[in-house]
Design a binder for this molecule. Structure first.
Ligand code: 4NP
Length: 157
C-alpha cells in the first residue's frame, strides 16, 4: 500500500483541523501506519499564523506541541496531491466543494462520517467557545482520526 496522504480542513485552520492533524499523526504512529498529513482552511483569514492558543493548550494537555503549525488555505492543487480531504462540518464541505477542480484524486469526507454511529454529526466550531469546547473538539477529532487509521490500515482507502 502506498503511503496515504490525508488533509484535514476547517474554516480557519487554527482551531479544529490542526487538532485533527495532531490526533491523526498520533493515531497513525500508534498503529504503525506510515502517513503524510497536513491541514488547511477554506478561508485565508489566518494564513501563516500559529494555531489558536486554546488549540495549542488542548494539544499540550495530550503531550503534543502544535505551536509550530502554520495556517494555510486549501487550494485546487490539494485535490491532486492528497488521497483524502476530511472536512469538519457541513459548511466546510460546501466550501471544499467550491475549490474542488473536479479532476483530482482526493476522496472528500466529513470527519465524523468515518466514525460508526456518528455519521452526519459535525465537529462543532469552537471559535466562539471556551476551553471546554476545545476539549470536545479534541474528543471528536481523536475518535475520528482513530477510525480513519483503522480504515486505512484495513486497506480500504
Ligand atoms: P476553525 O475555527 O475553522 O476550526 O479553525 C475558526 C477559526 C477562525 C475563525 C472561525 C472559525 N474566524 O472567523 O476567524
Amino acid at each position: 500500500m502506498s503511503t496515504p496522504r490525508v488533509l484535514f480542513v476547517c474554516l480557519g485552520n487554527i482551531c479544529r483541523s490542526p487538532l485533527a492533524e495532531a490526533a491523526f499523526r498520533r493515531a497513525a504512529k500508534k498503529a504503525g501506519l506510515e502517513v503524510q498529513v497536513d491541514s488547511a482552511g477554506t478561508a485565508n483569514y489566518h494564513v501563516g499564523e500559529p494555531p489558536d492558543p486554546r488549540s495549542i493548550e488542548e494539544a499540550g494537555r495530550h503531550g503534543i506541541d502544535i505551536s509550530p503549525y502554520r495556517g494555510r488555505q486549501l487550494s485546487a492543487r490539494d485535490f491532486h496531491e492528497f488521497d483524502h480531504i476530511v472536512g469538519m462540518d457541513r459548511s466546510n464541505m460546501t466550501n471544499i466543494a467550491h475549490v474542488d477542480p473536479g479532476d483530482g484524486k482526493a476522496k472528500v469526507t466529513m470527519m465524523l462520517d468515518l466514525l460508526s454511529g456518528h455519521e452526519g454529526r459535525e465537529v462543532a466550531d469552537p471559535w466562539y467557545g471556551g476551553q471546554d469546547n476545545f476539549r470536545d473538539t479534541w474528543d471528536d477529532v481523536s475518535r475520528g482520526a482513530e477510525a480513519l487509521v483503522a480504515i486505512l490500515s484495513d486497506g480500504h482507502s
